[in-house]
Design a protein around this ligand. Structure first.
Ligand SMILES: O=P(O)(O)OC[C@H]1O[C@H](OP(=O)(O)OP(=O)(O)O)[C@H](O)[C@@H]1O
Ligand SMILES: O=c1cc[nH]c(=O)[nH]1
Ligand SMILES: [Mg+2]
Length: 209
């Protein structure tokens, strides 16, 4: 069974409050999503391997550590996942970026695929799939399946807000994928929206409603 990490860092929780607030406008919403994604990436990369190196400080030689060079990738689920990418790349500029286009059919709530482009060496990379919202879990589960079908082996899922149902579905379909979130909310409403949630993440990021 995969693990679920809920990041309770005060900066993440503080910023998430303003992300949720309906009075937060598009510009600030976008900035905050990017900032929280960066803070979450900091926490989610704790297990990156290090290796020893020796450098010269101005004073003396120093045995110290650098990243062991694991290849990384970030895979946003379009559209809303795009809002998290730049924050993560601020911390990990060498990561490659793949894209998976999915939208949730508003009637059936089923994910519909329209695009998939991943790095050619996807099998060698540790990948973080990103989407602000894990609601029914259908979109994230389908995106992870696409990634695996194209050779991905090591995948984490990072979302701002999850529902209990979404966590359960991803854990059931992908027990090898750990889930990183800033909050697990109470439930889904009749339209499949996370409650209390933050509304429609894509519309709030891009001002389309
Ligand atoms: O867990 P689920 O029930 O599948 O719902 C979550 C999905 O819904 C939203 O995307 P949406 O379909 O609104 O597409 P958009 O990002 O283009 O707005 C969200 O960004 C997730 O991808
Ligand atoms: O609460 C939700 C559910 C799906 N998609 C969103 O953007 N928000
Ligand atoms: Mg949307």
């Amino acid at each position: 069974m995969s693990k679920v990490y809920v990041f309770d860092h005060p900066l993440i929780q503080h910023k998430l409050t303003y992300i949720r607030d309906k009075n937060t406008g598009t510009k600030q919403f976008r900035e905050l999503v990017e900032e929280v994604a960066m803070l979450m990436a900091y926490e989610a990369t704790r297990d990156l391997p290090l290796m020893e190196t020796t450098i010269e400080t101005p004073v003396s030689p120093a045995k110290t550590k650098i990243l062991a060079g694991k290849k990384l990738g970030v895979v946003p689920i379009l559209r809303a996942g795009l809002g998290m990418v730049d924050g993560i790349l601020n911390l990990i500029p060498s990561a490659k970026v793949g894209h998976i286009g999915l939208y949730r059919d508003p009637e059936t709530l089923q994910p519909v695929e329209y695009y998939c482009k991943l790095p050619s060496d996807v099998a060698e990379r540790d990948l973080i799939a990103v989407d602000p919202m894990l609601a029914t879990g259908g979109s994230a589960a389908a995106a992870i399946t696409f990634m695996k079908q194209r050779g991905a082996k090591n995948i984490k899922l990072m979302c701002l807000i999850a529902s209990p149902e979404g966590v359960e579905l991803v854990q059931r379909e992908h027990p090898d994928v750990d889930i990183y979130v800033a909050a697990v909310d109470e439930c889904l409403n009749d339209h499949g929206y996370i409650t209390p949630g933050l509304g429609d993440a894509g519309d709030r990021l891009y001002g389309t409603k």
